[in-house]
Design a protein around this ligand. Sequence first.
Ligand SMILES: *Cc1c(COP(=O)(O)O)cnc(C)c1O
Length: 327
Amino acid sequence: MAGVIGASEEEIIFTSGATEADNLAILGVARKLRDRGNHIITSLTEHKAVLEACRALEHEGFNITYLPVDTEGNINLLALEHAITPKTILISIMAANNEIGTISPIKAIGRMAHNHNVLFHTDAAQAFGHIPLDVRDMHIDLMSISAHKLHGPKGVGALYLRQEFPAVKLQSVLFGGGQESGVRPGTLNVPGIVGLGAAAEYAQNEMNDTIKKVTALRDKLYQGIAAQVPVEINGPAKNKLSHNLNLYFPNVEAKALINEAKEIAISAGSACTSKEVTPSHVLMALGHDEDRAYSSVRFGLSKYTTEEDIEKAIAAVTRAAKKLRSM
Ligand SMILES: *Cc1c(COP(=O)(O)O)cnc(C)c1O
């Protein structure tokens, strides 16, 4: 785990997943540094684990800046720098977006944070094992990781917590025994952790091949669908996570499309919030209206996806979309 991100072993705190790591990082830093400042900067397209932790801090007297994004999901670096005040203690910007695949300029953000003496946390649940990450080179102080986003077991993840000078200190969120340097007490999930370590090693060794293969399959999927029914890509078309494709199907309800194309597993918005009836906060942040958000579907690919799967998906989705458009 540590080797994959250029960290040392004692900087890895095992958790139950990225949700817990996000909460530990944000609540822990905020409460530890509250005497120094009460301002945190994040963005509108973060995962709910980050956004809701920030919302909770608002009730404790913290001010949160939620930076807007452009139509491809990018924050503006000048706007970020302008948002920093003498009271800013933490910047939390995700490494890659789970709904539209936008990859953030993590290194530039980390450098900016450190130039202003502000800590930098990144939610790397979608990036770890998928794109190269180096915590020292990218000036990252805290980073959240989830095992099941890289074929590891569910219910395990990690928080990278910088120990090299200056070490990052957190105020405890959980109380108990002294496991994980007291940062995350509780008996460790050893089978899960072994699975996470193995998944990280595989992902690292296969990363370049996987990116090449999955990008080609993803582009084939897009072209196959776009050749038969009207679609538009949500978020960036290029320079994004290879395993992500988020498509807007005008005049087709996403829920109906998902029901109709039963042979394949696709989702509206994020998988975590798929039971919600509100439109995706990520698509809304791109400046789209609710109609577009309710007519958009996310496809997730992986190294296990085959050409056959892609052909099947194109057939199922275009058949369903044509049928729904004719109704
Ligand atoms: C999946 C995900 C999470 C939550 O991770 P869990 O391990 O399921 O708690 C947080 N952030 C992002 C960006 C994710 O994709």
